[in-house]
Design a protein around this ligand. Structure first.
Ligand SMILES: *Cc1c(COP(=O)(O)O)cnc(C)c1O
Length: 343
């Protein structure tokens, strides 16, 4: 059994967290003269619930987990940064991530002066668990996996991920930002079996709430306790807590959007297949398609001139000639296809 506290940085273990006014009392109260708030302008005058209890209860219901297994952050960016700050001693520890993948892991590692090691995926973007494990040494505290992966769009093989879970004694992060678009199940069902696993999901993609900045980390209660200790006390403001709570009542609408986008993804792939210079369309379990073309920079620049913006991934590992296209609504996808046809 893994003892999480042996993985945590000493200063974080010793840390006496900030105790906010609202967390210092127990019981019923009606007069709040403890936090130097303005008594007028209800309800915006009051500090938000630092642990977002109502919202977490709602999320726990939908995800079939316990509220104590949830941390909410300002986007996924916040838990990504916190994982590094909780477990990795700057200039001493390192982390390993698959390559290519989401760019934010490396940015957060660099900001924290934590060595970032890249474990290359296979040519077909499948995961080689042994390569990831071989890259880790006794200074490796965290592994980052992303499934479905950005920008490759594929789901990482379950058996390979399980091999990593069974053979690595540090923290394993699985970023599931695109899980709603995938036919594969989430790793959330195995949360109780892996006390060192952290699953990231977000409201930014399927839920259509990128502007709101709310991300979720799911993990053992012990890990969530460290997140709570280190995060800014009032990281999620009251407007966001209430708004996201309301949005969660419209799960059907989210599912309908996902269905539309999955249909559009297949339609877009079909139309791209008919364009002669598109050499390859990679299979996708996300809300985007990665394609390969002879001159990605040229096509990217020509589309920009037409006012159509896609993502140029030409310069990242294993993605020579690759462009990433987010699936839009039917009209947007048609405009893209028409512009490509005219190149
Ligand atoms: C888009 C994306 C996210 C979401 O980030 P937020 O900060 O929650 O908006 C997380 N991980 C990956 C891999 C992504 O592509």
């Amino acid at each position: 059994m893994i003892d999480i506290s042996t993985l945590v940085r000493d200063n974080i273990l010793r840390l006496k967290p900030y105790s906010c006014a609202r967390s210092e009392y127990r019981g019923e109260a009606s007069v709040f003269l403890d936090a130097n708030e303005n008594p007028m302008n209800t309800p915006y005058n009051r500090y938000p619930d630092p642990l977002q209890e109502d919202l977490k209860e709602k999320i726990a219901e939908i995800k079939y987990i316990r509220p104590a297994q949830i941390m909410l952050g300002v986007g996924s960016d916040e838990p990504i940064d916190l994982v590094i700050r909780i477990f990795c001693e700057p200039g001493e520890n390192n982390m390993v991530a698959i390559d290519p993948t989401y760019g934010m892991y490396q940015v957060c590692a660099d900001i924290n002066n934590v060595e970032y090691r890249k474990a290359l995926l296979n040519e077909d973007y499948t995961l080689d668990a042994q390569r990831v494990l071989d890259m880790a040494d006794d200074r490796t505290k965290v592994l980052f996996l992303c499934s479905p992966n950005n920008p490759t769009g594929n789901v990482l093989n379950r058996r390979e991920i399980r091999k990593i879970l069974n053979n690595f004694g540090g923290i394993i992060v699985i970023d599931e930002a695109y899980i709603d678009f995938s036919s594969e199940p989430s790793w959330l069902r195995e949360l109780d079996e892996h006390p060192n696993m952290i699953i990231l999901q977000t409201f930014s993609k399927a839920w259509g709430l990128a502007a709101v900045r709310c991300g979720m980390a799911f993990a053992s209660e012990e890990i969530i306790g460290f997140f709570n200790k280190v995060k800014y006390p009032y990281n999620i403001n009251t407007l966001t807590q209430k708004f996201v709570y309301e949005q969660l009542e419209h799960k059907d609408r989210k599912n309908k959007w996902v269905k539309i986008l999955l249909e559009q993804r297949e339609l877009l792939a079909e139309k791209l297949r008919a364009i002669p210079f598109v050499e390859k369309i990679y299979p996708s379990e996300a809300n985007f398609l990665l394609i390969k073309v002879p001159d990605a920079n040229d096509i990217y620049n020509k589309l920009v001139k037409k006012g159509v913006i896609i993502r140029n991934r030409n310069n990242i590992s294993l993605c020579l000639g690759c462009l990433r296209i987010t699936v839009g609504v039917a009209e947007e996808n048609e405009i893209l296809i028409n512009e490509l046809k005219q190149l």
